[in-house]
Design a protein around this ligand. Structure first.
Ligand code: ATP
Length: 440
């Protein structure tokens, strides 16, 4: 359409006819298209001005002298711009975004372009979802952006929307990095680094870390986890639990102290192997899922670590089956319920076959049945597990051992039952068993 010569008037008429036919067949409401076409208004004004401002030979039309070249240029902008907008709107009205991406793939568009389109789409979704959340939060407190006197608040809202979207984008990026994303096309094989077999699954020594803004989050954490252990990481808000978890696969680094996974130091040279061995399931599944279908999201990690073809398919199928989501493989993660998304997020990490599974608040926002089902899935996994949680009964159910962190240091480490039975210890660190819960 863009390449069509401006003088080929019949071709533009034909394009328009095809579009109208699509609207009729797909039952696209013309009002929906018309309202959104207003976006083109500035270009229409420009196109209408060109015949009067253009140079060159002038011709008289209805008694007014206009520039022939300007009129043709204006027509070109009007025809190509309008049809371009109409095509985009028709696509938006008839095709779900993830189907559009699948279509690009099927049309054999180079993978790097599809990846760029996927990430752009994900960012757009992030912005829209954040805008929706902020709108609800504001409206529920009496705000109405239509009122002029709230213009200032609306402007501030737009500013913070972009900051929030940026931060959410960063968290999505962290989740990608922790599944082996290096920004390039996945390599065919993993690195040849050999971990020391007899070493503990995890060794953390005197780990201290301050965020770039100077806030010291960890002051010297010591922790040793043996193979096959399931350990709960407990502690009040802001204790440093997530900061510790993000050090375990090198998403955060640059502090002092030492972290080793299966004897392998978490440092730049080993990051690829470390990320293959340590799977982090983030607190918010929306930070973890960003591809058009659940199956593609689950395939992302193992593909980054070199799996291809049938082996990759089997890995994806097995991971989805392990969390009871096999029949949702081809659905968009955006259309799944919160509990289903959490399970797919877990599958994205299980598919990487990690030795050490790190879960940040796995039971948050889950209904009781989904919470129990997830517990069954986790108990059925034969892996070393570190579970950051505020859900003390869940810690008791899943983890024989607990580590209590407060103020960036480990303040207690022992059998979960003993820690939870120590009411004084819990109270000192702002932890509390749920009302009515008793340790028998
Ligand atoms: N990106 C950041 N920049 C600066 N400070 C941060 C950042 N992320 C966390 N912190 C600070 O580091 C400290 C530890 O945060 P962290 O998220 O590790 O705590 P947490 O124990 O996981 O808390 P919660 O239970 O509330 O999730 C907090 O005081 C927090 O404000």
């Amino acid at each position: 359409m863009v390449a069509t010569p401006r003088e080929a008037f019949w071709a533009f008429g034909l394009y328009l006819l095809v579009l109208v036919a699509v609207w009729v067949v797909a039952r696209v409401p013309v009002g929906w298209i018309a309202a959104r076409s207003l976006i083109e208004l500035p270009f229409v004004v420009l196109a209408l001005a060109l015949p009067f401002t253009g140079g060159g030979e002038r011709v008289r039309v209805l008694g007014v002298a206009i520039s022939a070249e300007g009129a043709l240029a204006g027509w070109g902008i009007l025809a190509k711009g309008t049809l371009g907008v109409l095509v985009s709107l028709t696509l938006a009205a008839t095709t779900a975004p993830h189907e559009l991406l699948l279509g690009l793939r099927r049309l054999k568009v180079p993978p790097v372009l599809v990846t760029i389109a996927t990430l752009m789409l994900r960012y757009a979704e992030v912005v829209v979802a954040e805008a929706r959340r902020m709108r609800i939060a504001r409206i529920s407190r009496g705000d109405d952006p239509r009122f002029l006197w709230q213009l200032g608040a609306t402007a501030r809202g737009v500013g913070s929307l972009f900051i929030r979207s940026y931060e959410r984008g960063e968290r999505v990026h962290l989740a990608m990095v922790s599944r082996g994303w290096t920004g390039g096309v996945p390599e065919a094989s993993a690195t040849g680094v050999r971990p020391v077999r007899a070493a503990p699954a995890l060794l953390v020594e005197r780990l201290a870390y301050a965020y770039p803004d100077g806030h010291q989050a960890l002051y010297g954490v010591d922790l040793r986890v043996e193979r096959g252990e399931r350990v709960a990481v407990l502690g009040p808000n802001g204790a440093g639990k997530t900061t510790l978890a993000l050090h375990l696969n090198g998403v955060l680094s640059g502090g002092s102290g030492r972290v080793e996974v299966a004897g392998l130091p978490v440092e730049k040279a080993n990051l690829r192997e470390i990320r293959r061995r340590v799977g982090v399931v983030f607190q918010d599944p929306d930070d973890q899922l960003f591809l058009p279908t659940a199956a593609q999201d689950v395939a992302f990690g193992p593909a980054n670590f070199g799996l291809r073809g049938r082996e990759l398919e089997q890995r994806v199928r097995a991971a989805l089956a392990a969390v009871g989501m096999a029949e949702h493989a081809d659905r968009s993660p955006l259309h799944l319920s919160g509990g289903q998304r959490r399970r797919v997020a877990l599958a994205t990490v299980l598919a990487c076959d990690p030795e050490l599974l790190v879960l940040d608040e796995p039971s948050a926002n889950l209904e009781p049945v989904a919470r129990r089902e997830l517990a069954e899935v986790l108990l059925g996994l034969d892996r070393t597990m570190l579970m950051v949680t505020h859900d003390l009964p869940y810690a008791l159910q899943l983890c024989p051992r607990s580590v209590l962190i407060d103020g960036g240091v480990v303040v207690a480490d022992g059998p979960t039952r003993e820690i939870l039975a120590d009411a004084e210890l819990l109270a000192r660190h702002r932890l509390e068993l749920p009302f009515g819960f008793r340790l028998d």
